[in-house]
Design a protein around this ligand. Sequence first.
Ligand code: HEC
Length: 392
Amino acid sequence: MDVFLGEWSNLLLRWAHMIVGIGWIGTSFYFIALDYSLNQQERKSPGVFGTAWQVHGGGFYHVEKFTVAPSHLPEHLHWFKWEAYLTWVTGFGLLIVQYYFHANAYLIDPAVMSLTTLQAVGLSIASLLVGWFIYDAICKVLGERTVPLAIAVFLLILAASVFYTHVFSGRGAFIHVGAFVGTIMAFNVFVTIIPGQKIMVGQLLRGEEPEAKYGKVAKQRSLHNNYLTLPVLLMMVSPHYPFLAAHPQAWLIVALILITGALFRHVLNRVDAGDDWNKYGWAAPVAIFALLCAIYATAPSEPAESGPAVSDAEALSLTTRHCVTCHAKRPTHESFKEAPKNVTLESLADLKRYAQPIMIQTVRNKAMPLGNQTQMTDEEREQLGRWIRSLR
Ligand code: HEC
């Protein structure tokens, strides 16, 4: 595809993905908060479980929640589904234009597993689908046993991260953990929540008593989605932070992100519910501790070994060999028409100017050369590192 149009489709999909994603996560936050803040003392109409008074944008709102369902189907019923569906569709579109179309650059790392584009794309799609089926089966088997279920889903996501780091590049692996969780969340809406609600509506229309079990399952899955929102957001931005993906035990970082995000979400939910801090307060320090562990685990280690000094000419020859196909004013690499992120590495002045980012991207995190397409060795990375340190 033409590089310029490719960039535009990437930008437009990303824009749309953020918009619908904000809509979806916003409704998730809103409805869980609403659920937890329902007042059950107020005088209620028949069938109403709880009510809430809210004020927003200059108006007062009075909301009633019916369990299982109202006695008559209202004429106008708003379904919350498109924000979830479109978040998945735009996200998958982005996966295609960024990772499938440029699989060699972003998805495949021959040092991890040498795959063809077709194999990588096949693994990606198959794993996302299989992940959903395993998750769905776990939920059905464990039913309402919340703690074992939470642990099983946590372990499933860790298993997925181990799998992805053994087949894809670091960056490709992390985005796939995000896509794996995102797919579970969107399919929860598409396969479980909305069809269940449709059955209940059908029962109402036929004048039957709607079955409570559909409502219960829908609530459980939407609660899972709620707890996964914070971790999934971090997974989605992780490709911009190579220090996350560079960690040799990426699953550990994923575990810490899941613990931090889900526990923060838990605290926020309990605050919304007006619970006693003593009951849930423990979650805040544990979340912070997990975050500190993640920061500690990703801290750069200063290399102990030293070697012969590296001259300016040697440094320049390293980057000429490994970087300038992409990082030039006129790149020769087919995927780029201009230097990525405007970083040109053609002269000694360029190298000095970008010394710090090069240290981070190439020496510490091995995020560059992208997909190690120019096959830079660890020894060469070290040489570049020694040259940069000698500048100080
Ligand atoms: C195959 C093409 C390619 C090669 C080869 C390559 N890069 Fe990059 N580089 C990129 C792309 C694409 C980005 C933008 C990454 C992104 O969007 O996350 C980038 C970004 C960077 C950045 C900026 C990162 C930031 O977020 O600010 C630095 C620094 C960098 N590369 C250094 C290097 C060095 C040093 C080499 C050689 C050792 C190298 N690159 C080789 C494609 C390449």
